[in-house]
Design a protein around this ligand. Structure first.
Ligand code: FUL
Length: 470
């Protein structure tokens, strides 16, 4: 196929509005909380007594403050994990907070967290496990689908706007040894109808699981991928049922390293916009275990994961498990604060502000100075058919630089295939592949008078909606 023809087909694939909103969340929290918090397990078996759930110091504002201190913009709560215990008083089962000592059986964790998120100005999302090891209807087809859809309906109508519905593929046996064949299309239809702005994550068509739970990413993360990817990811995660796979700490294998190069997409009939999410925990487990209090990930580890995910065209979903008292442990709180402080310091001053900018080519309506502010209304664009461009940044005086942020205008798809950063003497500072929503290029601090961004290949022509130098 002609390159032009192929590129035009690839760049015709663009995000939905709900995916644009999600992408801007960038970094957000996962909170795993259920009866496991009191039994020390990672997967409950559904036989846990409701009475063990007793978070005596629970304060959703403490979670939201800690999450915001790290710079996170949303929180996704495990409203029901595989054990089937509901953090809200669902009308459709007795296995809920209503039977626990929490607020004397009149509490609703989902309500308090949703309200605290809204009050704190961050978005709220729900995790609802299709695998339910408690409910007797599990494994009986429509009876369980009805139950699941009823629960989705409660969560999506009673708690205000929901940004995300996180659907895990785990599908083990229920109480009676039976497995359920999930009616995904019915679940999706329910979400679309009740919360059209919510993204369906993982076992859903809006946000793709990056393929591991260790915080590992691909060097080239493409958001345009074959449509079948949404199917394979789902099946892959459904088959992950053994306890050995508990944390799925495997690395992305060479086999699934390339999901979206031109060579891979060329012969694919159906393409979709399906961007990646990296989900990982701040501790070894998804749930709280006191013996892991000194195993909270280090600042450097978290920064590494952040740069590879948020800085590598993915969003980062970082789990923080509350302790039995219902609060985040001080070690986790401290680490989140440190992470936020470091990121805020690093990106405090955009050195582009005092610098001049020129480009080797640009469309008249989309000049290079349009990269100075965020957003997709104004952006830089080269003319169609020009796949390479050079942008030169001239500082008023030699300036120390260690980070460059590039963002494409993804409303026009993901186009940049490769780029380099060089100085005035043509010394290579950084070589990268994809940019997409955001690439953070980090390199050793260097004093520069001139910084050159060389886009060495792109689909049809490159765009940039934002550039930052720090
Ligand atoms: C997995 C679950 O089995 C884990 O317990 C955890 O919730 C993780 C995010 O997804 O599939």
């Amino acid at each position: 196929m002609e390159l032009d023809q192929l590129d035009r087909r690839l760049v015709s694939v663009v995000p939905h509005q709900r995916q644009l909103l999600w992408q801007e969340m960038e970094f957000y929290a996962f909170v795993h909380f259920t009866v496991n918090t009191y039994t020390g397990r990672e997967w409950g078996d559904g036989s846990e007594e409701e009475s063990i759930f007793n978070p005596t110091a629970f304060d959703a504002a403490q979670w939201v403050d800690a999450v915001k201190s790290a710079g996170m913009k949303a929180l996704i709560l495990t409203c029901k994990h595989h054990d089937g215990f509901c953090l809200w008083p669902s009308k459709y089962t007795g296995h809920t907070v209503a039977k626990s000592p929490f607020r004397n059986g009149r509490g609703d964790i989902v309500r308090e967290v949703a309200d605290a998120c809204r009050a704190g100005g961050i978005r709220f999302g729900v995790y609802l496990s299709p695998w339910d090891r408690n409910n007797p209807s599990y494994g009986y087809g429509k009876a369980y689908d009805d139950y699941f859809v009823n629960q989705l309906t409660e969560l999506l109508t009673n708690y205000g706007p929901i940004c995300s519905v996180w659907l895990d593929g785990a599908c083990g046996e229920g109480k009676n040894g039976k497995k359920q064949l999930y009616d995904w299309s019915r679940y999706y239809e329910t979400v679309r109808r009740l919360q059209p702005e919510a993204c369906l994550h993982i076992c859903g068509p809006d946000v793709r699981w990056c393929g591991n739970e260790a915080g590992d990413t691909r060097p080239s993360e493409w958001s345009v991928v074959p449509k079948r990817t949404s199917e394979t990811e789902k099946i892959a995660s459904q088959s992950q049922q053994s306890d050995d796979d508990l944390f799925r700490q495997r690395k992305i294998t060479a086999g699934d390293q390339d999901l979206g190069s031109r060579a891979v997409l060329e012969n694919e009939p159906d393409l979709i916009w399906y961007p990646a999410e990296v989900d990982t925990s701040i501790r070894p487990g998804w749930f709280y275990h006191p013996e892991e209090d000194d195993k909270v990930r280090s600042l450097n580890e978290l920064l590494h994961i952040y740069y590879n995910s948020v800085g590598g065209n993915a969003c980062l979903l970082l789990n923080i498990p509350p302790a039995p008292n219902g609060l985040f442990h001080p070690n986790d709180v401290r680490r989140l604060q440190e992470l936020g402080n470091t990121l805020r310091d690093t990106f405090a001053v955009n050195l582009l502000e005092g610098a001049s900018l020129t480009a080797s080519c640009q469309e008249e309506a989309h000049g290079v100075n349009d990269v100075r502010q965020k957003g997709y209304d104004r952006f830089y664009k080269a003319p169609d058919g020009i796949r390479q461009a050079e942008i030169t940044i001239q500082f008023p005086e030699p300036t120390e630089v260690s980070h460059v942020v590039l963002q494409e205008n993804i409303c026009l798809s993901q186009r940049i295939e490769s780029f380099e950063l060089r100085d005035e003497a043509d010394r290579l500072l950084y070589r990268g592949t994809t940019v997409g929503y955001k690439r953070i290029a980090a390199f050793p601090k260097t004093k520069l008078q001139t910084l050159r961004v060389l886009i060495t290949d792109s689909r049809l022509c490159p765009t940039l909606s934002f550039m930052g130098v720090y």
